[in-house]
Design a protein around this ligand. Structure first.
Ligand code: NAP
Ligand code: ZN
Length: 352
């Protein structure tokens, strides 16, 4: 066991602050990584503030962070995938049983024994797992990914959650040329959704509550931008979408988007607002439309997504911040004020 530096929340109402945490020494199949960048996902904020207390109560102290990019410092004797000095990445999961039907189907995110990168029982040290707002992490090599060498590392970190969470449902629902695709909410997830839908050749429409994001949305790859508070603008798109990705973090009217789907169109929720959404049955009955959810993606698909990003030169648009600004970043996230993902430069932990 060794000590690592981290930022942790002591309770649902305390700010994140410096803390020393324990990490295990790498065992046989483990990779030890010096963390260079960690993205700030809205899920970090939901968890730190215990907003998902019903389903996933937060255990404190909580060290969030599941968009990790770093450099390998040490590997266990049985590790074959990585060598010290190489760039490596870790997303939302650090372990699964490897034996259940979900793992066999390469859908580790649905394994009943999956371990999340933070706030999951830690099999090795007891307590809960600690995430990437830290200078170091130790992870089984099955859950360590390769980053294409042409990608900027600060911008690559968010691919590990925002990237795979938007890529996976787009592949699942056949986003491609000649498809009309909507992306609701231009935040961390949404802006990745726009980049992927554009790269896959779809006609992309962004729905935003923030009129000032219009030009950015077009630059990111949108063909049209709709300010969702304008009922008239929404109405123009009624019954026309093949697929809509809903990446909104707060309560909102999903029925307004269901109405925009064509026959057999699908809307997939990736956003995880704390409060249940109200769904009017008739919106789904007429047109045989469907409403789905999607949770990150399996490890093989995450690597596929990273390779796709390498081939298409896709990374997140990031505001790089020192970890000392993390509490300010959370306040800005709540105001939808980020372009379009915060990426923590963990070198800033050295001064703590
Ligand atoms: P984010 O960067 O804060 O983006 C959320 C966006 O939602 C905002 O930028 C804003 O876009 C829109 N929004 C916020 N409040 C709104 C409101 N009251 N009404 C309508 N729109 C609103 O968050 P994120 O990191 O992308 O995460 C989004 C959600 O996905 C979170 O709930 C997160 O927990 C969840 N998530 C799920 C998964 C998964 O596996 N399913 C993975 C990661 C994250 P505009 O300014 O454009 O309106
Ligand atoms: Zn996330």
């Amino acid at each position: 066991m060794y000590n690592a530096k981290a930022y942790a929340a002591a309770s649902a109402t305390s700010p994140l602050a410096w803390s020393a945490i324990s990490r295990r020494d790498p065992t046989e199949h483990d990779v030890q990584i010096e963390i260079l960048f960690c993205g700030i996902c809205h899920s970090d904020l939901h968890t730190v503030r215990n907003e998902w207390s019903g389903l996933m109560p937060t255990v404190y102290p909580c060290v969030p962070g599941h968009e990790i990019v770093g450099r390998v410092t040490k590997v266990g004797p049985a590790v074959t995938k990585f060598k010290p000095g190489e760039v490596a990445a870790v997303g939302c999961m650090v372990d699964s049983d490897g034996a259940c039907p979900e793992c066999q189907a390469a859908l580790e995110q649905f394994c009943p024994n999956m371990t999340l990168t933070y706030n999951s029982p830690d099999k090795h040290l007891g307590g809960v797992t600690y995430g990437g707002y830290s200078d170091s992490v130790v992870v089984n090599e099955r859950f360590v990914l390769r980053v294409p060498s042409n990608l900027d590392l600060a911008g690559a970190a968010p691919l590990l959650c925002a990237g795979i969470t938007t890529y996976s449902p787009m592949r699942r629902w056949g986003v491609s040329k000649e498809k009309k695709v909507g992306v609701v909410g231009l935040g961390g997830l949404g802006h990745m959704g726009v980049k992927f839908a554009h790269a896959l050749g779809a006609h992309v429409v962004v729905f935003t509550t923030s009129p000032h994001k219009k030009e950015d949305a077009l630059r990111l790859g949108a063909d049209e931008v709709v300010v969702s508070r304008h009922a008239g603008e929404m109405q123009k798109h009624a019954g026309s979408f093949d697929f809509i990705l809903d990446a909104v973090s707060a309560d909102h009217d999903i029925n307004a988007y269901i109405q925009l789907l064509r026959r057999d169109g699908n809307i997939t929720l990736v956003g995880a607002p704390a409060k249940p959404l109200a769904v009017a049955a008739f919106g789904l009955l007429f047109g045989r439309r469907s409403l789905s959810g999607s949770l990150i993606g399996g490890i093989a698909e995450t690597q596929e997504m990273l390779d796709f990003c390498g081939a298409h030169n896709i990374a997140a648009d990031v505001e790089v911040i020192p970890i000392q600004k993390v509490n300010e970043a959370y306040e800005r996230l709540l105001k939808s004020d980020v372009k379009y993902r915060f990426s923590i430069d963990t070198a800033s932990l050295k001064s703590e």
